[in-house]
Design a protein around this ligand. Sequence first.
Ligand code: NOJ
Length: 556
Amino acid sequence: MNTDATQQEQPGGPAVGWWTEAVIYQIYPRSFADSDGDGMGDLPGITARLGHLAELGVDAVWLSPFYPSPQADAGYDVADYRDVDPLFGKLSDADALIAEAHAKGLRVIVDLVPNHTSSAHRWFRAALVAGPGSPERARYVFRDGLGPDGDQPPNDWQSVFGGPAWTRVTEPDGRPGQWYLHLFDTGQPDLNWDNPEVREEFLDVLRFWLDRGVDGFRVDVAHGLVKQADLANWQEPQEILSGNDVDKPRPPMWDQDGVHEVYREWRRLLDTYPGERVLVAEAWVEPAERLARYVRPDEMHQAFNFEYLLAAWTAPAQYAVVTRSLEATDAVDAPTTWVLSNHDVVRHASRLGLTTGGGRLNGIGIGDPQPDAGVGLRRARAASLLMLALPGSAYLYQGEELGLPEHTTLPDEARQDPTWARSGHTQRGRDGCRVPIPWEADAPSYGFGPTDASWLPQPPSWAEYALDRQRDVPGSTYEMYRAGLRLRREHGLARGPLAWLSTGDEVLAFRNGGLTVLTNFGAAAVPAPTGELVCSSAPLDEDGRVPTDVTVWVRG
Ligand code: NOJ
């Protein structure tokens, strides 16, 4: 792949460019590969393992944050946007990673966290010292409290992680003072995006990484930057999603129209750089029509399709979400994206093994109903093969190519996600999908690093998922992903168009790129399409039929 491709988006026409067809692999740096044996993944570890991703056949990597951070939210609390945390290495390690990825034909997308900084950021520290009414405080959302003593928060907003979204500070004179807004952890104060200084700063941060050669940015909480000016109360429970109804009033903290001007400005900057740099929105916005506004021709290039991730494992639900997603993005001439797992949700190999089968679940722990591992993996493989046959771009989360399940029995005392404490130990949170991944069945920490150390304990059952137990093993999940990715490219599946053949209650089937793709969601086996079977998520039965929870790709 030529990383300096110069194809440009056509004004007014459908988007063209590498990202429209790309499979992008999410690396969670804490848990991918540890080069120095301290139990924490790092950038040199990633660089040393990039060959795996080239062999797998993906086009790009997206790295979750590796910037200096107190790690109050696993690095999504950034103290310095222009450096690397010593936990993960040095700035020169980031440069080396980018260079090596490019040499291997892989693009590199980094995470940008613009909704909030860390409370350890120099700006926030200066705001605490400078006091009420100062320009330093105007970079954040500081307000006086309610009540005679100002001891009540300025409004009733709740943090996404649980508890109030406001924390009171102690003023420089030692008295209790103003409150600051944090939609997430107390260590993540929200920035004030009405302040031109904030806008300038992030343009400069974008330039910093663009100049270092990154191919794009995954934009954290892209729907949250701008708040409704009056910070009106919102009695509803806090949810990252905005609801299903296009006309339903939106929460005052999410999906405000003002966010789009920010992304238009960023897009203008990216377009001055050569080589098709991209912006990807992490926006928990429903329905698909509202999400599509983030990928209008002069805004971002892609947005994660969380509606797809949340869809139930039934033929009608999958058909509805696929058609709705394609229609919504077609309307703005953007490529559709697909995603089944990431570092914030229960891995799909476990999620689909629960009787609920879909929706958002905030972690699974000891004492919770446990997924059926066999059913989960079978459905996960069928879901992944269905996803990889859809037109558009797909996102994979590290370990899903191994069929890795959630760690659903992680001891609660090992948990690090702030959700667990902030929810009063009612929501287990996201640690179970963040456990360091297995590379070698018989090595310490399954080859994650040179020692046994692992910042979250790995389950004893993970040897069987290790890469070295699956590579070159016919029928393994890893070889299924490799074959699927190769065939996807050979048949131009990302380009579509998709033509439905069957949209019943039990079977979905469509044509794309000269293949017939069929998924059987029903209880009974169904006849396979005629032609040459080129890929399947599980073997056909003895009569050559497609069993329950299996996807097949047939040429002819
Ligand atoms: C979304 C990120 O994916 C998540 O991990 C993080 O906790 C929140 N944004 C806050 O930055």
